[in-house]
Design a protein around this ligand. Structure first.
Ligand code: TRP
Length: 334
């Protein structure tokens, strides 16, 4: 608890260009959570180097992501928006937690298996212990809730196990976090293969709408979205392409899928697709404009980076000192 509020932690990697799926599925929900919770939203740049990165590119993307959090409407005075690498406690706690995590547990992580298959030439130890760093992120701030997608549930479950294991040995040190399952509906699929999640690492750029796509590109991608030959606008798993377009339209306009279906009753795909394009453009345009404006205000963004790193460090150190005492590290002489 911080100031009577429960603590929320989440993070995104600055690798790849964020998509409409990241925005509608995660970022947009974060906005609604910031009233209720004390929120920490990290740009997890330390996680990113488990895959080889171009340094200048990583730095640029990390800054863009941090700016985007703010452009999307997260108030950086209320929400702690910061770079993971600016808070050394993440690495320090991760080391300690490494010693309370079993090889067998990490071996079971499906994301490790997937990523090591994909990057067979660089299966580094960091990739293997990635979930422990993630556990450290969360436990460092004594987070009560963590909004995560289904792909991160296994890591969150591991985090809970590590926390409980540690607490069993040393008493109540860590808050055991719960997953925050957001409102339904905002799982956005690829426009080219609607059975796959829209992903920033998709090789086919037509499958994803990127947050920085210009209106023409957005419209073109929507018009080319893969559908079916039913020629009927229904919200059904048998028509995954149409279902996805209905989901996107609904999420962008604030309507329910049922309302959207009604609106397009008797109409063809040729009407639905451009309408989806327009709806997406009207959501992304203000976001892009705010992003451009913020990017120009270097001093402001710098001040946010500095202030929030200090704030994050303050809370991180509190937990870290406690943990260090528990495991038997000598007290610091002040
Ligand atoms: N592993 C997460 C992802 O790739 C990002 C992440 C790192 C995260 N640390 C976290 C998410 C802590 C939630 C909480 O999506």
């Amino acid at each position: 608890m911080i100031d009577g509020k429960k603590v929320l932690f989440s993070g995104m990697q600055a690798t790849g260009n964020l998509t409409l799926g990241n925005y509608l599925g995660a970022l947009k929900n974060w906005l609604t959570l910031s009233e209720e919770y004390e929120c920490f939203y990290s740009v997890v740049d330390m996680h990113s180097i488990t895959i080889r990165q171009d340094p200048a590119e990583l730095r640029k993307r990390a800054r863009n992501l941090l700016t985007l959090y703010i452009a999307a409407g997260l108030d950086p005075k209320k929400n702690c928006i910061y770079y993971q690498s600016h808070v050394s406690g993440h690495a320090e706690l991760a080391w300690i937690l490494n010693c309370y995590t079993y090889m067998g547990e990490l071996n079971r992580m499906t994301q490790f298996k997937d990523k090591s298959a994909k990057h067979a030439d660089n299966i580094n130890a960091g990739l293997f212990t990635y979930p422990v760093l993630m556990a450290a992120d969360i436990l460092l701030y004594q987070a009560d809730v963590v909004p995560v997608g289904i792909d991160q549930m296994q890591h969150l479950e591991l985090t809970r196990n590590i926390a409980e294991r540690f607490n069993n040995i040393y008493g109540d040190v860590f808050t055991v976090p719960e997953a925050y399952i957001g409102k339904v509906g905002a799982k956005i699929m690829s426009l080219q293969d609607p059975t796959k999640k829209m992903s920033k690492s998709d090789e086919n750029p037509n499958g994803s709408i990127y947050l920085m796509d210009d209106p023409d590109t957005i419209m073109r991608k929507c018009k080319r979205a893969v559908t079916d030959s039913e020629a009927c606008i229904r919200y059904s798993d048998e028509q995954p392409g149409i279902k996805n377009l209905i989901d996107i339209y609904s999420a962008c306009t604030g309507k329910t899928p049922e309302e959207t279906v009604q609106e397009f009753e008797g109409k063809g795909y040729g009407e639905l697709k451009p309408a989806v394009g327009e709806a997406v453009i009207s959501v992304l345009k203000p976001l892009q404009e705010e992003f451009v404006r913020l990017t120009k205000d270097k001093a402001y963004i710098d001040s946010i980076i500095k202030e929030n790193a200090e704030k994050a460090n303050y809370y991180a150190s509190k937990t870290l000192r406690k943990v260090q005492r528990k495991v038997g590290f000598p007290d610091r002489i002040r």
